[in-house]
Structure formats: C-alpha cells, structure tokens
Design a protein around this ligand. Sequence first.
Ligand SMILES: Cc1cc2nc3c(=O)[nH]c(=O)nc-3n(C[C@H](O)[C@H](O)[C@H](O)COP(=O)(O)OP(=O)(O)OC[C@H]3O[C@@H](n4cnc5c(N)ncnc54)[C@H](O)[C@@H]3O)c2cc1C
Length: 347
Amino acid sequence: MNFQENVPLAPLTTFKVGGPARFLVEAASHAEVAGTVQFARAQSLPLFVLGGGSNLVISDAGWPGVVLKVAIAGMEERSENGKVLFEMGAGVEWDKFVARAVARNCSGIECLSGIPGSVGGTPVQNVGAYGQEVAETIESVLALDMKDGQIRELCNEACGFNYRTSIFNTSERGRYIILRVTYALEPGGVPRVHYADLKRYFVGRDAPTLAETRDAVRRIRAGKGMLITPGDEDCRSAGSFFKNPVLSPGQFDDLASRAAAKNLQIPSYPALDAQKKVSAAWLVEHSGFSRGHGHGPVGISRKHALAIVNRGAATAADIVAFKDEIQERVEDLWGIRLQPEPVFVGF
Ligand SMILES: Cc1cc2nc3c(=O)[nH]c(=O)nc-3n(C[C@H](O)[C@H](O)[C@H](O)COP(=O)(O)OP(=O)(O)OC[C@H]3O[C@@H](n4cnc5c(N)ncnc54)[C@H](O)[C@@H]3O)c2cc1C
C-alpha cells in the first residue's frame, strides 16, 4: 500500500484549497481498501474517502486522520438481457468511461460527458447534467460495508437515489466505501437531446450521433467553465456550488410575489419545472452576485453564476465566508436558504 504522511490535499482537489492529510493512502484493490480501514481503526484515526476531489471543500486545517484515495482500476464489459453491462472500478476517471461507452455505441450516459471525478463518486450525489442522471443507468454498486467489514452488492433501488442524493450522502453517509459500479447501457441507443442548451446546439442539423452529443455537451460545458480546462481559472471550483431548491407550492407563491414586487419574473425551465425546482443560478444572480463578481481571491465564475471559483490564492475560510454571504443575501431577498452541493471536509 502506498502510505504517505502530511500530504497537502489541495492539489488533489479541483478547488485547490485545503490543508494536509495526516496520512494519505492510495488503495488500488479491495484488500488495500480493507487494510486502510483497519489501519485507521487501529490508530483510532478518522477516515475520509477521496475520489477525484471534484466535489469537495477541504478545510485549511486539513484532515487529522487517514485519507483513503480510491484508486481501483478496471473496466469490464458483457452483454446481458439486451443491455451492455460495464463493471467499472471505482477509481476509474468518470469521463474516460463515458468516452469508452460512446465509442462502443452505448447510450445512457452521453449527457454526463465532461463531469470530473471518479466512477466511485458518481452514485454518491447521483450525478446529473443535461437531462440525464446516473440513477437511470446504475445497475448495482459493490461496496465495503464499514459496519461489519462485509463486501455488499447494492441494487439500484437500495441506493435510494434522488435529486443529488443517495443513501451514500444521506441516511448511510460514511458507512460504505464504493469499490465498483456496474452500469447497464443501451447498445445502439439514441442520444438524449432533451435539454434546452443541447436542443439549441443541434437546431437545423440532422439527428446527432452519440459521439456528436458527447462533443456538444463538452463544448457547452467548456463555455460555462464546467469542463476542467488547464489554464482556465473559471473551472478552479467544485462545479455548481448550490443545489436548485425544491419548493413547496406555498414557498413558490412567496417567491413569485417577491419577484413581482421587484418587477421580475421567475424564469421557467421545463427540466426544473417538472421537478418543482427553481434555478439557484437565477437566485444568486438576482441577489447581486453576477458572473465575474469578485471578492479578492474568491468570486463567481465569469461563465456561470452558480460556480464559486478560487482565483488563485483562496483559502477554504475565504470560500466559506463568501458562501455564507451568498446564502444570507439570497435568504434575505428571496426567503430561500440555498443548500451547498459540495462536501465540506475537516470543518
Ligand atoms: C467543473 C466541475 C463541473 C461539475 N459538474 C457536475 C455536474 O454537471 N453534475 C454533477 O452532478 N456534479 C458535477 N460536479 C461535481 C463532481 O464532479 C461530482 O459530484 C463527482 O461525481 C464527484 O466525484 P469525485 O470522485 O470527484 O468525488 P470527491 O469529490 O472525491 O468526493 C465527493 C464525495 O463522494 C465521496 N466518495 C468519493 N468516492 C467514493 C467512494 N469510492 N466510496 C465512497 N464515497 C466516495 C467522498 O467521500 C465525498 O463525500 C462538477 C464539479 C466540477 C469541479
């Protein structure tokens, strides 16, 4: 096992903030994952499971225990009941898997092209974008259950997927270490072009192929700073910082009357309306935090109102202070408390 002491964590994240880990272990097999758990227990140290580091705000103090970086490789493919099953090691880079699936002409995850992070990270918040989410195609998740040390295969239903949630980040947070995820994709399937941005991209063109859809999604994402692009400081972030709030009818009416009092109309997006969500980006922008809004070392991306970016020398404390300011202003003006999407580690 690859054990290191006092390792800076910032370089292992897309936000590039955070202090050191007391121990960092890269675990490349199921046995190494189990061995790392035993080590942390024997030393009475807290354990944190790290994937690709793309959905994290790590505190400036870092992590006082063991950080286990899941580095399990492997990509196996077989056909079953008319689907192609891809058994993916949790440490595989997500976008490499999407590229492979598209190259094999299998549909179901093409709209999730360009999302950073690992395969093992995708079930945790039920990753979604451009009209697709992984809950639709995950067949099962193989995980080490830290309650009793057993390896369990959880079927899709057992994962409790919902908007940006699963059992892994709610009811069973901290219980499972994901080792492998099996995806069931459609061979020869057609790409899903439902999302407004994608439809606009293909207006006037022939029905796109899977490869063209993947390419379009990556281009649209790059234009929003949502594709990790070397040298683009607008993607030094954790992606969207706030979830789109899901409102009750009463909350929605309250929001609508606050908007009407300001001569504003809440924008309507079919994808959000269907799930009774309102746009967090709109709330942020209409609370005085427009794209490019600066705040010393932190700010709002110049390309997307929902991304808080590290302009180079930000600390985790800077990011948290800016997040608090946005939450407070949005709540004051609109009566809605925005919930952050990234995971806060070591606070
Ligand atoms: C530029 C950018 C764009 C993004 N766009 C999107 C988007 O469109 N849609 C979207 O949903 N997300 C998006 N994200 C967020 C992020 O990429 C996803 O949430 C991603 O799946 C996180 O995976 P990760 O491997 O990086 O996990 P990490 O950030 O390393 O960890 C996130 C959480 O998952 C847990 N975890 C990770 N791996 C495992 C494992 N093997 N077992 C158990 N727990 C684990 C960690 O403990 C932590 O709680 C974006 C992020 C960035 C920076």
